[in-house]
Design a protein around this ligand. Structure first.
Ligand code: FAD
Length: 394
């Protein structure tokens, strides 16, 4: 069904396939196929190659250097990219802060940051969560006090993905403690090389270095790095989170991973030296295929505006359902491979996160890290609360 629904995009798909066949470097393609996390250099290089074609920011308006495609066309593009084993791009500049800057930022911020995000030369991270403020984000306690020229920032962020790569952080800070929690939050753009910024790695159970703690001690941030208006940061952060949750559908990757699992099961049967290819597994794979097709249709209907539903509730539906499917698919991989899924040879670096036999690249690594999909960007329970309140008016 979804494929016929997208048939009008066939020429566009061919165009993407030709482009990727010509431009995607073999080493990058092989690393992605093997399940390794893209290196910083992979992300920088691939963003620059896409930018030359005008494709690094498919959803941004043309006036800001994007491709200006509809959400549906963008999804077709991303499905083709995943199928071609192109590495994922760093989302923090392109998907998250870029749209905030061109929607709410000053002209100076647009001129200064958007070109460097588009060509991959500048990396960003997201400074939202704090040790005691995750789901209850509005309770955050990092403070920013203005002396007229600068904000002086003090506090701690945690789980900051890719902070070790980042040149800049978009950061939620408290600029007013007198009223409601939400009403006293501002968004600052902080140079990660500023004195007083310390990044400390957290190694996750897949032995990768992806997340960090970030300490901010008397960090001076020029007042022109405030996004929009002071104490309006909550509004910008909600806009950004809706984008983050929609991107977390991970539909292209789930389609690719499930298709690959089918291929793997075929290979295992021919080789007959693997343990797990029984009827129960087949049934579960078939069920997951059906659920993924249903999810895909829901994503298309939402992005095409076919449902009359609050956009935040819609983003939460996509996020919660997409996270569950990602986790199921990675579990099925491990189940199918039995003991062959076990190898995990991490050396504690972000780049070394994928492994295993040639048949099972990255299976265990993916299984472990995908437990986090229902946590980051807001846990599933928080998504269900949003759906209940904003979607069902409960
Ligand atoms: C791999 C990874 C990458 C991340 N990257 C980033 C990043 O780049 N930047 C960033 O700012 N943050 C990042 N995060 C943090 C993430 O956003 C938080 O972990 C998440 O919001 C949950 O917050 P918490 O960990 O404090 O858990 P808590 O908020 O303490 O939640 C604990 C449990 O209680 C449940 N719970 C809490 N409140 C409610 C409620 N009202 N109703 C029902 N259940 C509730 C939650 O669902 C959860 O199960 C990342 C997290 C991970 C795991």
């Amino acid at each position: 069904m979804p494929d016929s629904f997208l048939s009008e995009y066939q020429p566009f798909r061919e165009e993407i396939r030709e482009f990727v066949a010509e431009k995607l470097p073999d080493d990058m393609k092989e690393r992605t196929r093997q399940g390794f996390h893209p290196t910083k250099e992979d992300m920088r290089r691939w963003t620059a190659i896409l930018h030359e074609r005008g494709w690094s920011a498919p959803g941004w308006p043309r006036e800001y250097g994007g491709a200006g495609w509809s959400p549906l066309k963008r999804m077709v593009f991303e499905i083709e990219m995943a199928n071609a084993e192109a590495p994922g791009l760093s989302p923090f500049g392109l998907h998250l802060i870029g749209p905030v800057i061109y929607t709410f930022g000053s002209e100076e911020q647009k001129a200064r940051y958007l070109p460097a995000i588009l060509d991959g030369s500048q990396f960003w991270c997201q400074g939202y969560s704090e040790p005691n403020s995750g789901s209850d984000l509005a309770s955050l306690r990092t403070t920013a006090v203005s002396d007229g020229e600068h904000y002086v920032v003090n506090g701690q962020k945690i789980w900051t993905s890719e902070a070790q790569y980042a040149d800049m952080m978009f950061c939620l800070v408290r600029t007013d403690s007198s009223g409601s929690n939400q009403g006293g939050i501002s968004m600052l753009l902080i140079d990660m090389n500023s004195p007083g910024v310390t990044v400390r790695p957290i190694i996750t159970q897949d032995m990768s270095h992806y997340v960090n703690e970030v300490f901010l001690e008397d960090v001076k941030v020029p007042v022109e790095n405030l996004v929009g208006e002071e104490n309006h940061g909550w509004q910008y952060s909600k806009f950004l989170l809706a984008n983050e949750r929609t991107a977390s559908a991970y539909l292209p990757q789930s389609k690719r991973d499930l298709r690959r699992l089918r291929e793997l099961l075929g290979q295992l049967r021919e080789g007959d030296d693997y343990l797990t290819h029984d009827a129960t597994l087949d049934l579960e794979v078939a069920r997951t295929e059906i659920d993924l097709a249903a999810h895909e249709m829901m994503v298309y209907r939402i992005i095409e505006g076919a449902y009359r539903i609050d956009p935040n509730a819609a983003a939460s539906m996509i996020k919660a359902r997409g996270a569950g499917l990602q986790q199921r698919i990675s579990s099925l991989w491990v189940e199918a491979l039995g003991p062959h899924a076990l190898p995990l040879f991490g050396s504690g670096t972000h780049e070394s996160g994928g492994y295993g036999l040639d048949l099972s690249p990255g299976a265990m690594s993916q299984y472990l890290i995908r437990r986090a999909v229902s946590i980051y960007g807001g846990t599933n329970e928080i998504q269900y609360n949003i759906i209940a309140k904003r979607g069902l008016n409960l």
